[in-house]
Write a protein that binds this ligand. Structure first.
Ligand code: AKG
Length: 301
């Protein structure tokens, strides 16, 4: 079977695809919601809710340290986080919406609202073919309006992908300052002029908010100081793609900073592929993966 070159829900053939596939009603609703709004909300169920509590308990030792509110890749050390990240029903829904098999490659745990500037994940992670990436944001506790909920702009996934280059950064290795100075204000401007309204994801414990790679989202302001917003963000890629870091790539000349992402479900690496053929990787890009998967150390900041 040939794999789609664009996520099914982002194609004009989406309805024809749905009619021919025989999906259950929840799956159809999920795909249609992703198509129209660029996000969907899913109840992961009571078993997942119990895991949310275990995940929060596993995170307590990191968040006890002063100044720590974000931990990357805690799945290396927490079975609960790993199970939530690889939730089987989520895999089914994503496979149906994208037409390729998803795999979680990174987790982020937050204790409080991130207050991250508005962005689309396509500036941080992308694929060839493009847009085979998504975020699965899982509430580990009920989200309160004052706790800096995830903010998003429904429909913004349909806008063109905005790269660092589009915002005037021409360096092959842009710095975090370039991102803050150029990308963040231009992206915010683009979303403001689009007229697409902002919404807050006020979801309950054990629910997941799934965003398409190009959906504009971020962390809203914390208006109730001291409130927590325990969450788990799972970033997913899909089978048989090239995986790369857009910030240090130049797509216009075919220069990609390729990644060898981990597969959280299997614990193995996923070698990037194009049209079924394994990509040739530069040693320095493989090396990062080796270090990461040998040390298996979550990164707290
Ligand atoms: O949880 C948040 O506030 C934002 C997370 C986010 O933007 C991301 O992981 O891409």
């Amino acid at each position: 079977m040939t794999l789609p070159q664009r996520p099914w829900f982002e194609t004009e053939d989406c309805e024809a695809y749905i009619s021919g596939a025989g999906f259950d009603p929840q799956t159809v609703e999920f795909i249609r919601h992703m198509a129209e709004h660029g996000y969907a909300v899913v109840d992961l169920g009571d078993e997942a809710r119990a895991l949310c509590d275990r995940a929060s308990a596993d995170m307590a030792r990191y968040f006890r340290k002063p100044g720590i509110s974000r931990v990357q890749d805690a799945w290396y050390r927490s079975r609960a986080i790993r199970r939530l990240a690889a939730w089987p029903r989520m895999r089914e829904l994503l496979r149906a919406a994208y037409g390729r098999d998803p795999f979680p490659f990174q987790t982020l745990n937050f204790l409080t609202g991130s207050q991250q500037p508005l962005h689309a994940d396509t500036v941080h992670f992308n694929s060839v073919p493009e847009r085979f990436m998504c975020g699965v944001w899982i509430a580990l506790e009920d989200v309160d309006e004052g706790a800096g909920p995830l903010v998003y702009h429904p429909g913004s996934h349909k806008l063109p992908v905005m790269t660092m280059r589009d915002t005037g950064v021409n360096s092959p290795a842009p710095t975090p300052e370039d991102y803050e100075r150029s990308f963040v204000p231009r992206f915010a401007e683009r979303i403001a002029t689009s007229g697409l309204p902002a919404r807050h994801a006020l979801i309950k414990k054990g629910w997941a908010f799934v965003w398409a790679a190009n959906l504009a989202h971020g962390g809203s302001a914390i208006t109730k100081p001291g409130s927590t917003r325990k969450s788990l963000v799972v970033h997913c890629y899909f089978e048989d793609c090239l995986y790369y870091t857009p910030m240090t790539s130049d797509e216009t000349v075919g220069r990609y900073s390729l990644r060898v992402p981990a597969n959280v479900r299997t614990g193995l690496w996923t070698w990037p592929k194009l049209d079924g053929r394994p990509a040739r990787m530069r040693l320095k890009h493989v090396f990062g993966g080796v270090i990461r998967d040998v040390l298996r150390l979550p990164f707290a900041n």
